[in-house]
Design a protein around this ligand. Structure first.
Ligand code: HEM
Ligand code: HEM
Length: 177
Protein backbone atom coordinates (compact mmCIF):
# COMPACT_ATOMS: atom_id res chain seq x y z
CA UNK A 1 0.00 0.00 0.00
CA UNK A 2 1.31 3.46 -0.88
CA UNK A 3 2.00 6.00 1.82
CA UNK A 4 1.10 8.93 -0.43
CA UNK A 5 -2.17 9.72 -2.20
CA UNK A 6 -2.44 9.27 -5.93
CA UNK A 7 -4.74 10.94 -8.42
CA UNK A 8 -7.42 8.32 -7.86
CA UNK A 9 -6.45 6.68 -4.56
CA UNK A 10 -5.91 7.59 -0.91
CA UNK A 11 -2.56 6.50 0.54
CA UNK A 12 -2.02 4.81 3.90
CA UNK A 13 -1.34 8.02 5.87
CA UNK A 14 -4.55 9.77 4.73
CA UNK A 15 -6.59 6.66 5.46
CA UNK A 16 -4.96 6.29 8.86
CA UNK A 17 -5.72 9.93 9.77
CA UNK A 18 -9.27 9.56 8.47
CA UNK A 19 -10.22 6.46 10.46
CA UNK A 20 -8.31 7.10 13.69
CA UNK A 21 -9.72 10.63 13.89
CA UNK A 22 -13.25 9.57 12.91
CA UNK A 23 -13.08 7.02 15.74
CA UNK A 24 -11.83 9.63 18.23
CA UNK A 25 -14.42 12.23 17.20
CA UNK A 26 -17.24 9.72 17.52
CA UNK A 27 -15.88 8.62 20.93
CA UNK A 28 -15.51 12.22 22.16
CA UNK A 29 -18.99 13.09 20.93
CA UNK A 30 -20.60 10.08 22.65
CA UNK A 31 -18.73 10.64 25.91
CA UNK A 32 -19.58 14.36 25.89
CA UNK A 33 -23.25 13.62 25.43
CA UNK A 34 -23.67 10.59 27.65
CA UNK A 35 -21.28 11.11 30.58
CA UNK A 36 -24.30 11.97 32.72
CA UNK A 37 -25.98 8.60 32.08
CA UNK A 38 -23.21 6.16 32.97
CA UNK A 39 -23.18 6.23 36.78
CA UNK A 40 -19.75 5.56 38.26
CA UNK A 41 -18.14 5.74 34.79
CA UNK A 42 -18.91 9.46 34.61
CA UNK A 43 -15.42 10.63 35.58
CA UNK A 44 -13.71 8.20 33.21
CA UNK A 45 -15.98 9.35 30.39
CA UNK A 46 -15.34 13.03 30.99
CA UNK A 47 -11.56 12.66 31.36
CA UNK A 48 -11.39 10.49 28.21
CA UNK A 49 -13.56 13.11 26.49
CA UNK A 50 -10.96 15.85 27.17
CA UNK A 51 -8.09 13.58 26.22
CA UNK A 52 -9.60 12.49 22.89
CA UNK A 53 -10.56 16.09 22.09
CA UNK A 54 -7.04 17.37 22.78
CA UNK A 55 -5.47 14.57 20.67
CA UNK A 56 -7.82 15.52 17.79
CA UNK A 57 -6.70 19.15 18.17
CA UNK A 58 -3.02 18.14 17.97
CA UNK A 59 -3.48 15.69 15.08
CA UNK A 60 -5.57 17.94 12.84
CA UNK A 61 -2.62 20.29 12.31
CA UNK A 62 -0.46 17.39 11.06
CA UNK A 63 -3.36 16.06 8.99
CA UNK A 64 -3.84 19.38 7.20
CA UNK A 65 -0.13 19.70 6.46
CA UNK A 66 -0.22 16.19 5.00
CA UNK A 67 -3.33 17.03 2.96
CA UNK A 68 -1.79 20.17 1.45
CA UNK A 69 1.55 18.50 0.72
CA UNK A 70 -0.17 15.66 -1.12
CA UNK A 71 -2.32 15.16 -4.17
CA UNK A 72 -6.02 15.15 -3.27
CA UNK A 73 -7.66 12.25 -5.10
CA UNK A 74 -10.18 13.40 -7.70
CA UNK A 75 -13.86 12.61 -7.05
CA UNK A 76 -14.82 9.23 -8.48
CA UNK A 77 -17.45 10.87 -10.68
CA UNK A 78 -17.56 14.50 -11.74
CA UNK A 79 -20.69 16.32 -10.60
CA UNK A 80 -20.19 20.02 -10.00
CA UNK A 81 -22.94 20.43 -7.41
CA UNK A 82 -22.30 17.22 -5.42
CA UNK A 83 -18.54 17.76 -5.46
CA UNK A 84 -19.12 21.25 -4.07
CA UNK A 85 -21.32 19.87 -1.25
CA UNK A 86 -18.83 17.14 -0.39
CA UNK A 87 -15.87 19.55 -0.36
CA UNK A 88 -17.85 21.93 1.87
CA UNK A 89 -18.53 19.08 4.31
CA UNK A 90 -14.77 18.30 4.39
CA UNK A 91 -13.99 21.97 5.10
CA UNK A 92 -16.56 22.11 7.91
CA UNK A 93 -15.18 18.87 9.36
CA UNK A 94 -11.67 20.29 9.45
CA UNK A 95 -12.91 23.52 11.05
CA UNK A 96 -14.79 21.52 13.70
CA UNK A 97 -11.70 19.45 14.50
CA UNK A 98 -10.16 22.75 15.70
CA UNK A 99 -13.25 24.47 17.04
CA UNK A 100 -14.73 21.63 19.10
CA UNK A 101 -11.68 21.15 21.35
CA UNK A 102 -11.00 24.89 21.48
CA UNK A 103 -14.54 25.74 22.55
CA UNK A 104 -14.48 22.93 25.15
CA UNK A 105 -11.23 24.26 26.60
CA UNK A 106 -12.46 27.87 26.69
CA UNK A 107 -15.73 26.75 28.29
CA UNK A 108 -13.78 25.07 31.07
CA UNK A 109 -11.62 28.16 31.57
CA UNK A 110 -14.76 30.27 32.01
CA UNK A 111 -16.07 27.73 34.52
CA UNK A 112 -12.84 28.15 36.46
CA UNK A 113 -11.68 24.58 35.78
CA UNK A 114 -8.72 23.13 33.92
CA UNK A 115 -8.91 20.03 31.76
CA UNK A 116 -6.38 17.25 32.26
CA UNK A 117 -4.45 15.54 29.50
CA UNK A 118 -3.07 12.13 30.54
CA UNK A 119 -3.17 13.34 34.13
CA UNK A 120 -1.48 16.70 33.47
CA UNK A 121 -3.44 19.88 34.13
CA UNK A 122 -3.53 22.23 31.16
CA UNK A 123 -3.11 25.79 32.39
CA UNK A 124 -6.00 28.16 31.77
CA UNK A 125 -5.69 31.03 29.28
CA UNK A 126 -8.82 32.82 30.48
CA UNK A 127 -10.09 33.66 33.93
CA UNK A 128 -13.33 32.36 35.41
CA UNK A 129 -16.24 34.28 33.93
CA UNK A 130 -19.81 33.59 35.00
CA UNK A 131 -21.33 35.74 32.26
CA UNK A 132 -19.53 34.02 29.40
CA UNK A 133 -19.62 30.44 30.62
CA UNK A 134 -23.20 29.81 29.44
CA UNK A 135 -22.42 31.22 26.00
CA UNK A 136 -19.27 29.08 25.78
CA UNK A 137 -21.22 25.97 26.77
CA UNK A 138 -23.90 26.68 24.17
CA UNK A 139 -21.24 27.20 21.51
CA UNK A 140 -19.70 23.80 22.32
CA UNK A 141 -23.16 22.21 22.31
CA UNK A 142 -24.19 23.76 18.95
CA UNK A 143 -20.90 22.76 17.34
CA UNK A 144 -21.61 19.21 18.57
CA UNK A 145 -25.00 19.29 16.83
CA UNK A 146 -23.44 20.59 13.59
CA UNK A 147 -20.87 17.77 13.79
CA UNK A 148 -23.66 15.22 14.14
CA UNK A 149 -25.59 16.59 11.12
CA UNK A 150 -22.47 16.61 8.94
CA UNK A 151 -21.56 13.12 10.10
CA UNK A 152 -25.00 11.80 9.09
CA UNK A 153 -24.76 13.49 5.67
CA UNK A 154 -21.22 12.19 5.16
CA UNK A 155 -22.01 8.57 6.10
CA UNK A 156 -25.23 8.65 4.03
CA UNK A 157 -23.21 9.89 1.03
CA UNK A 158 -20.59 7.15 1.49
CA UNK A 159 -23.28 4.45 1.69
CA UNK A 160 -25.16 5.93 -1.28
CA UNK A 161 -21.98 5.73 -3.38
CA UNK A 162 -21.34 2.19 -2.27
CA UNK A 163 -24.79 0.61 -2.45
CA UNK A 164 -26.73 2.75 -4.94
CA UNK A 165 -24.16 4.05 -7.39
CA UNK A 166 -21.91 1.07 -6.74
CA UNK A 167 -18.74 3.09 -7.35
CA UNK A 168 -15.31 3.01 -5.66
CA UNK A 169 -15.74 6.05 -3.35
CA UNK A 170 -16.01 4.06 -0.10
CA UNK A 171 -13.67 1.24 -1.16
CA UNK A 172 -10.82 3.60 -1.88
CA UNK A 173 -11.01 4.97 1.68
CA UNK A 174 -10.81 1.44 3.18
CA UNK A 175 -7.62 -0.45 3.99
CA UNK A 176 -8.81 -3.70 2.45
CA UNK A 177 -10.81 -4.08 -0.75
C1 HEM B 1 -13.28 16.32 19.37
C2 HEM B 1 -13.59 17.21 20.19
C3 HEM B 1 -14.85 17.29 21.01
C4 HEM B 1 -16.14 16.93 20.72
C5 HEM B 1 -16.66 16.25 19.45
C6 HEM B 1 -16.95 17.30 21.86
C7 HEM B 1 -18.32 17.11 21.95
C8 HEM B 1 -19.07 17.36 23.09
C9 HEM B 1 -20.49 17.15 23.20
C10 HEM B 1 -21.39 16.63 22.07
C11 HEM B 1 -20.86 17.49 24.46
C12 HEM B 1 -22.28 17.46 25.04
C13 HEM B 1 -22.89 18.84 24.99
C14 HEM B 1 -24.29 18.82 25.57
O1 HEM B 1 -24.40 18.78 26.79
O2 HEM B 1 -25.23 18.83 24.78
C15 HEM B 1 -19.68 17.90 25.18
C16 HEM B 1 -19.63 18.28 26.50
C17 HEM B 1 -18.50 18.74 27.13
N1 HEM B 1 -17.26 18.96 26.57
FE1 HEM B 1 -16.71 18.44 24.71
N2 HEM B 1 -16.14 17.86 22.83
C18 HEM B 1 -14.86 17.87 22.35
C19 HEM B 1 -13.73 18.34 22.99
C20 HEM B 1 -13.70 18.85 24.27
C21 HEM B 1 -12.50 19.31 24.95
C22 HEM B 1 -11.09 19.29 24.37
C23 HEM B 1 -12.90 19.74 26.19
C24 HEM B 1 -12.09 20.33 27.30
C25 HEM B 1 -10.85 20.62 27.22
C26 HEM B 1 -14.34 19.53 26.29
C27 HEM B 1 -15.10 19.80 27.40
C28 HEM B 1 -16.42 19.45 27.56
C29 HEM B 1 -17.15 19.56 28.81
C30 HEM B 1 -16.61 20.06 30.16
C31 HEM B 1 -18.46 19.10 28.54
C32 HEM B 1 -19.58 18.93 29.56
C33 HEM B 1 -20.48 20.08 29.60
C34 HEM B 1 -21.56 19.80 30.66
O3 HEM B 1 -22.32 18.83 30.49
O4 HEM B 1 -21.59 20.54 31.61
N3 HEM B 1 -14.79 18.99 25.11
N4 HEM B 1 -18.59 17.84 24.30
C1 HEM C 1 -16.71 12.04 12.46
C2 HEM C 1 -16.32 11.13 11.60
C3 HEM C 1 -15.72 11.47 10.25
C4 HEM C 1 -15.04 12.58 9.83
C5 HEM C 1 -14.68 13.82 10.65
C6 HEM C 1 -14.69 12.38 8.44
C7 HEM C 1 -13.99 13.30 7.66
C8 HEM C 1 -13.62 13.13 6.35
C9 HEM C 1 -12.81 14.03 5.58
C10 HEM C 1 -12.25 15.36 6.09
C11 HEM C 1 -12.64 13.49 4.35
C12 HEM C 1 -11.84 14.08 3.17
C13 HEM C 1 -10.57 13.31 2.97
C14 HEM C 1 -9.54 13.73 3.97
O1 HEM C 1 -9.16 14.92 4.00
O2 HEM C 1 -9.10 12.87 4.75
C15 HEM C 1 -13.36 12.24 4.34
C16 HEM C 1 -13.43 11.38 3.26
C17 HEM C 1 -14.18 10.23 3.24
N1 HEM C 1 -14.89 9.68 4.30
FE1 HEM C 1 -15.04 10.41 6.14
N2 HEM C 1 -15.17 11.15 8.03
C18 HEM C 1 -15.80 10.56 9.11
C19 HEM C 1 -16.40 9.32 9.14
C20 HEM C 1 -16.60 8.52 8.03
C21 HEM C 1 -17.33 7.27 8.02
C22 HEM C 1 -17.98 6.61 9.26
C23 HEM C 1 -17.32 6.82 6.73
C24 HEM C 1 -17.92 5.56 6.13
C25 HEM C 1 -19.12 5.14 6.37
C26 HEM C 1 -16.55 7.77 5.94
C27 HEM C 1 -16.28 7.66 4.60
C28 HEM C 1 -15.50 8.51 3.86
C29 HEM C 1 -15.16 8.32 2.45
C30 HEM C 1 -15.64 7.17 1.58
C31 HEM C 1 -14.34 9.39 2.06
C32 HEM C 1 -13.74 9.65 0.68
C33 HEM C 1 -14.63 10.59 -0.09
C34 HEM C 1 -14.08 10.88 -1.47
O3 HEM C 1 -13.18 10.22 -1.94
O4 HEM C 1 -14.61 11.82 -2.08
N3 HEM C 1 -16.14 8.79 6.76
N4 HEM C 1 -13.95 12.03 5.57
Amino acid sequence: MNLFNKNHAYGFVSKFFHWIMAFMLIGAWLMGNFHGDVGSWKRTFIITHYTLGIIVFILVGFRLVWRFKNITPKPVKKNKWLNFVSNSVFTFFYSLMFLMPLSGYIMMNFRGRSPTFFGYKIPALFEKNVEWKKFAYETHEILGIILLVLFIMHVAAALYHHYVRKDLTLKRMLFFK
